[in-house]
Design a protein around this ligand. Sequence first.
Ligand code: NAI
Ligand code: 13P
Length: 391
Amino acid sequence: MFGSGSSCGLPVLLTDVYCKTLLVLNKPRYIACLHYLWGKTMGKKRVCIVGSGNWGSAIAKIIGKNVRDRSELFEETVMMYMYEELVNGRKLTEIVNTEHENVKYLPGIKLPDNIVAVPDVVEASKDADILIFVIPHQFVKTTCRSMAGKIKKDAVAVSLIKGFDQTPEVGIQLISTVIHDMLNIDCAVLMGANLAHEVAEEQFCETTIGAATEEEGNLIKEVFETPYFRCSVVTDAQTVEMCGALKNVVAIGAGIVDGLKMGDNTKAAVIRLGLMEMVAFGEMFIPGCTRETFFESCGVADLVATCHGGRNRMLGEAVVQSEKTLKELEKEILHGQSFQGPLVAREIYSMLELKNLTERFPLFTAIHQICKREMDPRDFIECLRNHPEHL
Ligand SMILES: NC(=O)C1=CN([C@@H]2O[C@H](COP(=O)(O)OP(=O)(O)OC[C@H]3O[C@@H](n4cnc5c(N)ncnc54)[C@H](O)[C@@H]3O)[C@@H](O)[C@H]2O)C=CC1
Ligand SMILES: O=C(CO)COP(=O)(O)O
């Protein structure tokens, strides 16, 4: 559970009492009192954000404000690891720390001035109690390798990363498992229908925290929740994370339908069949996967949001309309941001192929093959027509 890296009695007992009391109290004044006592007894927690792209910067806006508003619980300064680069000849960290705006990945949005961009991940994370991971999933292992052995032993992690890791030896792994195994710390997740620019503009949305226990999830909620960013907690954390990764693939399918100039009915079919494959995938590979989790923001809501407004949808559309490579399209459309869907499609395809399951998951399979330019996008509709759900 949260902070349970040290298994010694009193802190664990106090955490437990604190969390249980939080659950039964619903008056802000009592909660504030409890926070104060908690901070005095347990010490304030230091938060570090590992990542500073489009979503990393949007969530930094929320976290910076929340730690200030909940100063009895959290240290005010939040270190944000930033992969250094030059923007118009200036270091991006320097721009963020002086202008309080990530002009490359989230232009037009001011960040609180207690967010400090740091180009060295060890420097940023070594004193943190809570590590928020929000980098494209292909960079997780190199980042964790730099951090291993150099962070607090009782730190806890929350992953906002929507993807998998995949190696020939181990096959597919959840990113939270990679973080847990490489850093030897607990890792919860937060996933939902959260297009970064809308969250940054404070438009109302929901999200799902997946944690080992409800108590741990409720503590994590203190870092993230605002009146416009509503967090619900579930303990089926692996399904929450799986949904976040797989919906990126379905969203490419929605984009392919747009590229083919087909309408909302066809897109709805992609969303429904994609959801059915997500559920089947979860029930096959995630122990304890429950169907209710798909009704949370991380499930059907994120699927709908990404199939309409996500970057992966844009990629699907572009793949139909252009002959360019994915790398060229990424550069042209996203200017440094990253499409996660094609990588996830490749990761799951290799596993489905190994297990002889490609026919059971024709939508995931077709999307991978279209991204690889091994299938004509116009054949996508045939794939929908002949889906096992219709047989
Ligand atoms: N953007 C969005 O609306 C949302 C994104 N997510 C997820 O959050 C995760 C992060 O996405 P974004 O913040 O949007 O990132 P992004 O798509 O903006 O990616 C660019 C980021 O990657 C960094 N980067 C480039 N090379 C790197 C390297 N070698 N090592 C470490 N970092 C490097 C860049 O500096 C930049 O911060 C992804 O898994 C994504 O699926 C989740 C919810 C919403
Ligand atoms: O995960 C997201 C919204 O919840 C963002 O999806 P895209 O990466 O497709 O933009």
